[in-house]
Design a protein around this ligand. Structure first.
Ligand SMILES: [Zn+2]
Length: 465
């Protein structure tokens, strides 16, 4: 996890904004779709981390296969939000808050949630909901026009209040029909999820436990919703139906594989260490707890909260326990890099790149350390590594920022401007992107590949939100 960081907050701004635009229109009426994504603007919207993403891929892959969606290249994106939420917004990604990852005690609990969201994707619920909304909007307008007509007629006849009633009654009915439609979709997603879990030999108990917890808290499906929803016992009914379905599975009592549970515990420890306040981390993982996850969480908290020397000692102890764990070496490199020691960060980051089989986000961190050394001799290597990483993670603005610096060191101002333009574009700063790309064009030979790419950025229309 990093600055702008590993749990690296990602600059996937344009993409996220687009997802949010759709989400916003739905969120008005649909409580279980994301309200959190666009309202919590603290920090970058998405978190990036190789270890966590790899685990989520391993959780999701069998479910997507069971749903017949394995060819769709569906990704799980982690949202920088400590509350529990998961949703689909654009048909190609499942969004999950880091809060949901941290709060899920077993792989099975979060896999159940991912299976439910996959149920929405497989059922095409987003596009169907959009159609329902469009239809409802038309109905609302018609209802309003009719109401208006009634109001005018009412005013003429002297029966003043009849008009107002005529406006609100049909709207309430339309709202209720939308909500009932959404309820149906939730039930369908539950059923699909249990089917996917059964097909992959997994229990739906975790999913049931999660939804039950929300039903008990009175939060699930009711948060931020219409009072009608809050008074409606939908959640309880839904959870009861889900329990019956889940218990009928032969896998109900099946436990997660211990190795997977361990990876899950490490992931939760990491999320806590990076995202939570020090005192919270130490409350969850007290010094008396000598387990690997607890040591991991405390080492991260030590480095995050400005205790570099102890942090490095703690990370070294982790490395001693598991020398071939790439993420321990990554953490050490990151701690050294952010502690202002890029040259010392090189060895652990090279090791992490090697052990992770060239994970692009870790390569970007190595590229950043190489650039950070201010040593011209490393510029060429940095360019090579960053380009290779960006080929696989083309939306990582941080990679382009580092690439621009590396080119700058080499005195290649044309490529430096182009890379800076790409970084600005990915950050959603279209004006800076165009200005830099225009300048890059004057530095490249007309018609050369660099000139063409710069020209593309100059001519790209900003994404409308
Ligand atoms: Zn749902």
């Amino acid at each position: 996890m990093t600055p702008g960081g590993h749990l690296r907050a990602s600059p996937l701004k344009t993409v996220t904004m687009r997802a949010t635009a759709v989400a916003t229109s739905l969120a008005v009426l649909v409580a279980s779709w994301p309200a959190a994504a666009q309202t919590r603007a603290k920090g970058p919207p998405l978190l990036r981390d190789t270890e966590t993403e790899q685990l989520l891929r391993d959780y999701t892959r069998p479910i997507l296969r069971a749903a017949g969606l394995e060819k769709q290249n569906i990704q799980v994106a982690i949202i920088n939000d400590g509350t529990f939420n998961a949703f689909v917004a654009d048909g190609r990604r499942i969004f999950v808050n880091y809060g949901a990852l941290r709060q899920s005690e077993t792989p099975n609990q979060i896999i159940g949630v991912l299976a439910h969201e996959t149920g929405h994707l497989a059922g095409g619920h987003l596009s169907k909901m959009r159609q329902q909304l469009a239809q409802a909007q038309t109905q609302m307008i018609v209802a309003m026009l009719l109401g208006l007509g009634a109001a005018v007629a009412g005013a003429r006849s002297g029966a003043g209040s009849a008009g107002a009633a005529a406006i609100s009654a049909p709207q309430a009915a339309i709202m209720r029909s939308l909500l009932s439609y959404q309820r149906q979709q939730e039930e369908n997603a539950d059923k699909a999820a249990v089917k996917f879990l059964n097909a992959t030999g997994q229990s739906a108990k975790g999913m049931y436990e999660t939804f039950k917890r929300f039903a008990d808290q009175g939060l699930f499906s009711t948060r931020g919703a219409d009072p009608y929803m809050q008074s409606h016992p939908m959640a309880v009914e839904r959870v009861r139906a889900l329990e019956e379905l889940a218990r009928s599975s032969p896998y109900w009592d099946k436990k997660d594989d211990p190795a997977l549970q361990h990876r899950h515990d490490m992931m939760r420890a990491k999320v806590s260490g990076f995202m939570e306040r020090a005192e919270t981390v130490y409350r969850r993982y007290p010094i008396s707890d000598n387990s690997l996850p607890a040591r991991y969480a405390r080492a991260i908290a030590a480095y995050r909260h400005g205790d570099p020397r102890t942090a490095i000692a703690q990370i070294d102890a982790l490395i001693k326990t598991e020398p071939s764990n790439p993420y321990f070496h990554e953490l050490k490199g990151q701690a050294l890099l952010e502690g202002g020691k890029p040259a010392e960060a090189l060895a652990p980051l090279r090791k992490a790149v090697q052990l992770s089989h060239n994970a692009p986000l870790i390569e970007m961190l190595l590229g950043q350390a190489l650039v950070g050394t201010d040593n011209k001799a490393y510029a060429e290597e940095a360019i090579k590594i960053l380009r290779a990483a960006l080929a696989r993670e083309p939306e990582a603005a941080l990679g382009y920022t580092q690439l621009a610096m590396a080119y700058g060191r080499r005195g290649n101002l044309a490529e430096a401007d182009l890379a800076s333009a790409q970084a600005a574009y990915l950050r959603g700063d279209a004006k800076t992107a165009r200005d830099l790309a225009s300048r890059a064009k004057t530095r490249f030979a007309i018609g050369s590949p660099g000139w063409v790419r710069a020209d593309d950025i100059v001519n790209t229309k900003p994404v409308k939100n």
